[in-house]
Design a protein around this ligand. Structure first.
Ligand code: ANZ
Ligand code: ZN
Length: 802
């Protein structure tokens, strides 16, 4: 028979699919939208790690096609952003040009995967036809009061010379370049994502997402319940409001700490403390956010003023310390050193009294060595003494509100989204600043507002983008009053396009609307989203926010973009090291495809490890997969003309294979699907040796099952089995559970619970016959009186003897 030649068959089927697409929208099939996180077209091209997610999503798409769906499986380019711009600065090549080249190259590489992408849907975030709508959404948000300008200290990356969103600061460092992030006072465009905090939190319940990702979003939104409590300042008219999640510990508050940026910080100083207070405030302002966030020794300064605990009238000293953040809660806290770790450390260092108000056993511990943070019995707390602290914690906000010393509140860690970037390669923010009318949006019918050509892409570092240098672009007329006005010169962050691109694919050429409502209703939302876990917060949170907004203004009818999410793990080099050009451990798919074929590489991408985990790449492994494909090929080719009748055992094996492959695939256990194919190839070939061959239906089933994984192989074998048309025109095979049942079962024979023999019985034997057969098998050992006989069908006969 013909031997396996990947070069010939892969070319043949690639050409065939080009002319005869397998995934046709006939208007009758139900839709299934399977989306990849679209790539950034970097100059480095793809390595085998990038393949993984694309192979997974393609297997899933083809599986859905075989289940009768019209599958929406698009691809596009997230092409604004710093790398293209940095390249432009270094090489003097316009980002548009380098981006186009990179896209062409990566597209060629992606096409090597042979995925069923619909290239008619392709989008590119830097295409004015696309970013017209990115700007349109901004204008809509502006009109809805969700986009606003604010002067504030923002995260600033001194190396990228741009402002950053909170989400882009990881452990105090710039997410892109790793430089320490500092603060800079700048006028910023902000998006009011906080308005959606509750919906972003509650709607997580609707989603079939990994628990880990939901938790990361929940923590990021960071909703907490507590109270704001007013403390009077001793001898002055002002009061200071603190935010606490533990109002049950109010009797234990022995001092107060304000963020050094707090409005009252300076004025609380006395003549004796003024110098130290001002020094401390100044020192803090110099610290980068890393230094502040890092958990090292607490610093602080006493202001010289006191606050009055509203419950017991105690005078508590007011301190300043940088462990209290200015922009969370009220920027002031009541400190309960007995029950909070940071407060305990601070009180110990500065010799501030510690008063215990919760105790595990109701007794006071005179020498606490650390904060007690669990619940327990309330002590030293006036009328609250004796209560269960967990109950009090829930009730205290209400009690405090009734007493008139504060109010119950909710707080979020989520901050509004800093949306301006002081860089060139992004969407211009479509706003005109008019001295008379203020901020005026560019009229919708004048969008897109094109990004102008510049001579220098270099960020200025002054807080202005390079666009500010183009006078003829900056100077314009006000759309509102016609007077002279200036354009906003900041650009949008890279997340702007990726927050909504998935909506555009299904109507990518529409120049009247972002997406027609008809198409949106028919093809959206995304049923399955596949990509790396690094986007757990940023991109996925922003996309959910945009989707909710577009829902609210009637563009779409759903308010969650991605119903199901799968995060694939990384493919690493040896010893788990990330593949990167600088480490020189990048493995390119190109040579592997040439030597072993696309199908072998696809299978090996899956075989290398559980898809949700990081897996080490080993080039030698692909050899084994290649040999397996040859065995599969030979199995079908050697048996296809034998025309044997299947035995009962062969039918059983066929259904078991169908069952195992299908359930593993449904569970996304894709590496065990591949090992399953290997296992069943061996079993089928072994049985064929005994029985003289494999029947046609079993061969056909095996061919359909492997088609989503190795599509060229599937098509070719389907043709070799005598069919015209595509293997993907079939229905995914169904396993018949009855046919899978074993006829013979192994039954353990026990005497008083101890196994004495194992016998083979017919699977549908009755109780009496089973017990009789068991007794015969162990007759020599049945020496006493039998008091009981138990039969667990198909498993155990237990004989109880005295
Ligand atoms: C008294 C207290 C006693 C607190 C106790 C905790 C334990 P989350 O869950 O993060 O909202 N806090 C409030 N505002 C702060 C700020 N701007 N910077 C730093 N810390 C701040 O936690 C809220 C708790 O963190 C608040 O409750 C407050 O300390 C502190 F046994 O108040 B607690
Ligand atoms: Zn005007």
């Amino acid at each position: 028979a013909k031997s396996y030649n990947h070069k010939v068959i892969e070319k043949k089927w690639r050409d065939h699919w080009e002319k005869n697409p397998i995934n046709v929208n006939d208007g009758k099939k139900p839709k299934y939208y399977c989306l990849d996180m679209f790539p950034y077209p970097s100059g480095n091209g793809l390595h085998v790690g990038h393949w993984r997610g694309y192979v997974i999503s393609d297997v899933w798409s083809r599986y859905k096609i075989l289940n009768g769906y019209y599958v929406i499986h698009p691809m596009g380019w997230d092409a604004f952003g710093l790398p293209a711009e940095n390249y432009a600065i270094k090489m003097g090549v316009h980002p548009e040009k380098s981006t186009a080249e990179n896209i062409a190259n990566i597209k060629r590489q992606i096409q090597e995967i042979a995925a069923v992408y619909d290239w008619d849907m392709e989008v590119n975030t830097t295409d004015p036809k696309f970013y017209k709508w990115t700007q349109w959404i901004f204008v809509k948000m502006f009109k809805a009061g969700l986009a606003y300008e604010k002067e504030m200290p923002i995260n600033w990356c001194p190396s990228c010379k741009t402002g950053l969103a909170n989400e882009e600061v990881v452990n105090g460092k710039c997410e892109r370049c790793g430089a320490d992030v500092t603060k800079k006072n700048l006028k910023q465009w902000m998006l009011k994502i906080t308005k959606y905090a509750d919906r972003l939190l509650n709607d997580l319940d609707k989603l079939d997402w990994p628990a880990k990702v939901k938790k990361m979003q929940t923590d990021w939104i960071g909703k907490s319940y507590g109270a704001e409590i007013d403390f009077a300042v001793d001898g002055r008219d002002e009061k200071i409001t603190v935010y606490t999640t533990r109002p049950d510990t109010l009797y234990g508050a022995t001092f107060m700490v304000l963020a050094p940026e707090h409005a009252l910080a300076k004025s609380l100083a006395t003549d004796e403390t003024r110098q130290a207070v001002e020094d401390y405030i100044y020192q803090t302002s110099l610290k980068s956010s890393v230094d502040r966030l890092q958990d090292k020794e607490k610093t602080g300064v006493f202001t010289g003023s006191y606050a009055i605990n509203p419950l017991n009238g105690a005078k508590v000293p007011i301190w300043l310390s940088d462990y209290v953040l200015a922009d969370y809660g009220t920027g002031a806290i009541m400190c309960v050193p007995a029950h909070d770790d940071r407060d305990f450390e601070f009180a110990t260092k500065f010799n501030i009294p510690i008063v215990q108000v919760i105790s595990p056993d109701g007794k006071e511990n005179p020498n606490l060595t650390q904060a007690y943070t669990e619940s327990g019995i309330v002590i030293n707390s006036g009328e609250w003494t004796g209560m269960d602290s967990a109950v009090l914690k829930k009730e205290a906000p209400e009690i405090i509100e009734k007493m008139g010393i504060g109010k119950k509140t909710t707080n979020y860690k989520l901050r509004d989204w800093v949306f301006s970037r002081q860089r060139y390669w992004g969407e211009p923010i479509p706003i005109v600043h008019c001295p008379k009318c203020g901020c005026v949006p560019v009229p919708e019918d004048q969008l897109p507002l094109l990004l102008p050509e510049v001579e220098s892409y270099q960020p200025t570092g002054t807080g202005e983008s390079p666009l500010a240098a183009i006078d003829e672009w900056v100077n314009t007329t006000c759309p509102c009053c016609g007077g002279p006005a200036k354009r906003e010169t900041n650009t949008m962050p890279q997340w702007a396009g990726s927050s909504w691109y998935f909506l555009r694919y299904v109507d990518s050429k529409n120049d009247k609307e972002l997406v027609s409502r008809e198409k949106a209703d028919k093809y959206l939302p995304v049923d399955m989203y596949i990509g790396g876990v690094e986007h757990a917060v940023l991109h996925l949170l922003y996309s959910r926010f945009y989707t909710k907004f577009l829902h609210d203004i009637g563009v779409i009818d759903f308010d969650e973009p991605f119903i199901k999410l799968f995060n694939q793990g990384m493919i690493t080099g040896k010893n788990g090291i990330k593949m990167s050009k600088s480490k020189g451990n990048v493995i390119s798919p190109d040579d592997l495809v040439r030597d072993y074929g696309c199908d072998s590489l696809r299978l090996y991408e899956l075989f290398v490890g559980p898809p949700e985990l990081d897996s080490e790449w080993d080039d030698r492994g692909i050899e084994g997969v290649y040999r397996f494909i040859n065995r599969y090929w030979n199995m079908v080719m050697d048996n296809k003309d034998k025309n044997v009748e299947p035995s009962k055992n062969m039918i059983k094996l066929r259904h078991k294979m169908t069952y195992d492959i299908s359930t593993r695939l449904e569970q996304f256990s894709l590496n065990t699907v591949v090992s399953g194919f290997m296992e069943y190839t061996n079993k089928l070939t072994d049985l064929a040796k005994k029985e003289g061959g494999i029947d046609k239906e079993t061969l056909e089933t095996a061919t359909i099952l492997i088609a989503p994984f190795a599509p060229h192989l599937g098509e070719e074998l389907w043709e070799q089995l005598g069919h015209s048309g595509s293997v993907f025109d079939n229905q995914w095979p169904e396993a018949d559970e009855d046919a899978m049942k074993d006829d013979e079962v192994n039954v353990a024979v026990q005497i008083n619970g101890k196994v004495r023999a194992v016998i083979q019985l017919s699977a549908n034997i009755g109780k009496e016959d089973a017990i009789a057969a068991a007794k015969e098998a162990v007759s020599a050992k049945l020496t006493g009186n039998i008091v009981k006989e138990i039969y667990v069908p198909g498993k155990i006969v237990n004989i109880v003897m005295k």
